[in-house]
Design a protein around this ligand. Structure first.
Ligand code: GLC
Length: 483
């Protein structure tokens, strides 16, 4: 019996395969693909930034302007990621820039207007393309105004009135806070009283607008969905999340094994599987290639890797105070990432002091990220908070044991060696302190040095875990139907 498939428009500010700065892009590629594999009609909409792959050669489907927006024309271009059709909103005034969000660590001054425009255009194009999705799936603050506008601007419009909206919260620390002046392009904000979005008499947040307007909301892990409702974990919005709790669920992200699979990974010197012999050989080669590339001595030593945005969210401030102590042991550490210049300079200083043991690569480099995942024995994610986290899931797939703090999606995906030896896939610590991190690091080192056979068993077991997107996509489908 054929069931009717849904038509879903997935709206995001970035998508892997076309343009990426973080985990949101991974999800924006993998989830639509997984929904397509469940026979849904799914399409994606992103801004046509200058650096979107092949943007200039892409076909123009529509040239138009938003009626309710001052003097701004835009085009809709057609691209694709695998078999998922992508609409790119091409408006040079807002998106033909060197970067997506910021230059030299300085956010673009008109980001509020840029993403308000993007959100408005996503909805505006629908009628002009005669495309009527059942569900519009927005993501994070950048597209928080999509549910808001759908509910307010279009509620009386029969073309739009049956469409439902879902908002996924990937990281609520970023809320998109702007003054009413900055969002003056939106007619709805002229009265300066938008209670669903206001955080003060002068400012609104686009995430709140989305949370209060979407038909359904989800966080990217069950634990993060719970944390958002608490004062400690709600990033200042726990009251809003609490208000919407009946429509708020948590769905753990999956892993895109077409990109993250050591059996097929082209960035590795040699492919390997979870078979212990193959794994040992593949990881050994990856380790020495990694050591060569980052300038560490090629030796058989416990390798700890970390790839992340340099922000306090990622727990670098728990690592810095104990780095000297940790590096007094026979270990190597490689950290790859960009972000906060102060954290970067501290890491640079420490890597200069501990040159033979610690390499810090200030870069955003996908190939190196794959090499770190494969060439390390342990992967560090001591996050202060973590909505889902993807690298711990990639680590498991590469037989690299994650060392994580038990928050958000980290808690939902890694099983601690000291809690359950048989089911363990890594190490989990809970207290947000440098000392707890250090103890956990030393416990992991003990396993590596004292019990290599047990270490291998764990690595191979971690590789066999399956976080496939198919299951997550099925949960999203249920959420769409419930909307
Ligand atoms: C954000 C979160 C991260 C999550 C990703 C994808 O980057 O910080 O935890 O995995 O979004 O949902």
């Amino acid at each position: 019996m054929a069931t009717k498939s849904l038509s879903i428009l997935f709206v995001a500010s970035e998508a892997e395969g076309l343009i990426k700065s973080g985990g949101l892009a991974d999800v924006a590629k993998a989830l639509p693909e997984a929904l397509l594999n469940l026979d849904q009609d799914v399409r994606l909409c992103i801004p046509a930034y200058r650096k979107v792959s092949n943007i200039q050669e892409s076909k123009v489907l529509l040239e138009t302007r938003i009626d309710m927006w001052p003097h701004t024309e835009y085009k809709v271009r057609e691209l694709s990621i695998a078999d998922v059709p992508v609409y790119a909103i091409d408006c040079p005034k807002y998106f033909d820039r060197e970067e997506m969000y910021a230059e030299n660590n300085q956010a673009y001054a008109d980001n509020g207007e840029r993403f308000a425009f993007f959100s408005a255009a996503c909805l505006d194009m629908l009628r002009k393309l005669s495309y009527k999705p059942d569900v519009i799936h927005a993501n994070d603050w950048h597209t928080g105004l999509v549910p808001y506008l759908l509910k307010n601007r279009y509620k009386e419009d029969t073309f739009y009135s049956s469409m439902k909206s879902v908002l996924t919260v990937h990281n609520a620390v970023f809320k998109g806070v702007f003054s009413y002046e900055e969002l003056h392009c939106l007619l709805e904000f002229h009265s300066r009283f938008v209670p669903e979005a206001a955080i003060s008499s002068t400012h609104v947040t686009m995430l709140k607008a989305g949370v209060m307007s979407a038909d359904k909301i989800n966080a990217v892990s069950p634990s993060y969905a719970e944390e958002l409702k608490t004062e400690l974990g709600g990033h200042g919005m726990h009251k809003e999340f609490k208000t919407r709790e009946r429509d708020l669920v948590g769905i753990l992200n999956g892993c895109d094994y077409s990109s993250w699979n050591p059996e097929t990974d082209e960035f590795l010197p040699q492919a390997y599987s979870s078979d212990i012999k193959s794994m040992k050989k593949g990881k050994k080669l990856a380790k020495s290639t990694l050591q060569g590339e980052v300038g560490l001595k090629k030796r058989d030593v416990a390798m700890y890797g970390m790839v992340c945005r340099l922000t306090n969210q990622k727990g670098i401030h728990y690592l810095l105070p104990i780095l000297d102590k940790f590096l007094s042991h026979d270990v190597q550490l490689v950290i790859v990432g960009t972000g906060d210049p102060i954290l970067a300079s501290q890491l640079k200083e420490l890597s200069a002091i501990h040159g033979e043991k610690f390499a810090f690569i200030e870069a955003y480099n996908n190939r190196l990220a794959h090499l770190v995942e494969a060439g390390s024995d342990f992967f560090l994610m001591p996050s202060e908070f973590e909505p889902c986290g993807l690298n711990q899931i990639y680590s498991m797939a590469y037989g690299t044991l994650p060392i994580v703090r038990g928050v958000g999606g980290l808690k939902d995906s890694v099983i601690d060696y000291y809690q359950d030896r048989n089911a363990a896939t890594g190490f989990v610590f809970y207290e947000p302190t440098p000392v707890d991190l250090l103890l956990t690091l030393l416990n992991s080192l003990l396993l590596y040095t004292q019990n290599p056979k047990e270490m291998e068993r764990l690595q191979s077991y971690a590789m066999k875990q399956d976080f496939c997107w198919k299951n997550a996509a099925q949960e999203y489908l249920d959420l769409y139907y419930s909307a």
